[in-house]
Write a protein that binds this ligand. Structure first.
Ligand SMILES: [Zn+2]
Length: 428
């Protein structure tokens, strides 16, 4: 076993090489400022990518026109940085929002449309349930509206056929609802409670601000759900060096968004980190593959399913970036799975990047599918988890909430992790 690369001096020549790459014409700074000109140039480049994704393209749900434009943009950028790019297509469903209204007598409740809900229109008697047992015992709810209260409205439902994780209790509730065949089901939550084209019952989410009105509403509710589910095509964007050494590091970030959000922190910022690393790294033979997933925020994760059913090859590490760059937050790096020597070496690199700190373990993104296959993962997000997380999946996840310098620093950190693996990972 060779000693693992941990000393700062070992990276001196890497730093020099990187500096030379920063001198490439695309990094020429505008003002000739020699105080960290290269850093400024990378930050500016990533700001431009982020502006395109977040403001010019906007929402990018899998299979939507914004999603297809974003995929094309990423394909062009990776190619421009010298990488071989592949964009294998897959079939998927996407959704166009329509009316989503609920009234109690004449009072309208504040609602959040549930993407992919079948349509419904009418006035129906409403009945509330707070446990799966009560729902199962009640039998048929044909011609009624079922209102989910208490724990049944606690968390958004993991889709019926979600490939990577499911909760028994939620599956039980969804199956009881399908058996009861109500005209519609209503949940109470700040965000859509269902997003699932496989769930056949029309559904709508009432904002907690309307919960009291819903509780005191005796008798009937008038509901109208529109929206349209559409067949479409999506693509992952996969970029490789011209000669790919083995084993390799897989850098991942998802470029799709939830419906109606410009998706700045979630997850244009993660995509920008990958683009930054692609600009910094040697595209001829770095031991790295970029997989920009299309489906992390889609009910069926079609991009992930396509990737993980293929031949993954020898993977030493997954670095997944999701939710970095929230203003006034540091970048949290969670070291997950078993790779003590490799993680020791990466922690030593991390020490050179003051805005990257060791973060709490988390599993709510694409790295979990690698962990489930025994592949260790380094998962980057904004730490601590707090207010920024509430803005994700909403219209408030805008460019103004981003710290571009932190995003550029995360990109330099990720690039260094890959550079070091050229020297250190063979001993792991
Ligand atoms: Zn995300």
């Amino acid at each position: 076993m060779r000693p693992v690369a941990t000393s700062a001096s070992l990276f001196a020549d890497v730093a020099k090489e990187n500096a030379a790459r920063y001198d490439h014409p695309r990094y020429v700074t505008r003002n000739g400022d020699d105080e960290m000109p290269h850093t400024l140039a990378l930050t500016e480049t990533l700001r431009q990518h982020l502006t395109t994704l977040v403001e010019q393209i906007g929402p990018r749900p899998t299979g939507s026109s914004g999603n297809q434009r974003a995929g094309q943009y990423l394909k062009e950028r990776f190619a421009e940085y010298g990488w071989l790019v592949e964009t294998p297509p897959f079939d998927c469903l996407t959704w166009e929002p329509g009316i989503a209204s609920l009234r109690c007598d004449t009072a309208a409740l504040h609602t959040h449309a549930n993407p992919f809900s079948p349509p419904v229109e009418g006035t129906f008697p409403a009945f509330a349930f707070d446990s799966p047992e009560a729902l199962e015992a009640a039998g048929s709810q044909k011609g009624r509206i079922v209102v989910l209260t208490g724990a049944l409205s606690g968390d958004p439902f993991i889709p019926l056929n979600f490939p990577f994780v499911s909760f028994e209790e939620q599956q039980r509730v969804m199956k009881a609802l399908i058996a009861a065949e109500p005209a519609a089901v209503i949940g109470i939550h700040p965000k859509p409670l269902f997003c699932d084209a496989d769930f056949p019952i029309p559904s709508l989410t009432v904002d907690p601000s309307g919960a009291e009105l819903l509780r005191t509403c005796r008798g009937e509710l008038t509901i109208a759900i529109g929206g349209k589910t559409i067949r479409s095509i999506g693509r992952n964007v996969i970029a490789r060096p011209r000669r790919l050494p083995s084993p390799k590091i897989i850098l991942t970030a998802h470029y799709d968004t939830w419906f109606g959000t410009p998706g700045a922190v979630d997850n244009a910022a993660g995509v920008a980190v990958l683009l930054g690393a692609a600009a910094l790294l040697d595209s001829a033979e770095s031991p790295v593959e970029f997989v920009v997933f299309n489906g992390e925020d889609h009910y069926a994760s079609p991009g992930e399913v396509q990737y993980f059913t293929g031949d993954l090859g020898q993977i030493a590490l997954n670095v997944n970036v999701d939710g970095v760059g929230a203003q006034e937050h540091l970048t949290g790096a969670a070291y997950l799975g078993e790779a003590p020597a490799l993680f020791k070496s990466i922690r030593a690199i991390q020490a050179d990047f003051p805005s990257v700190v060791e973060g709490e373990p988390w599993y709510q993104s694409d790295h979990t599918a690698f962990l489930q296959r025994g592949i260790p993962a380094l998962a980057l997000t904004s730490t601590p988890f707090d207010a920024w997380l509430e803005r994700t999946h909403t219209a408030a996840d805008t460019l103004e909430g981003l710290d571009f310098e932190r995003i550029a620093e995360a990109a330099r950190f990720v690039a260094r992790v890959v550079e070091d693996s050229l020297r250190g990972s063979a001993s792991d």
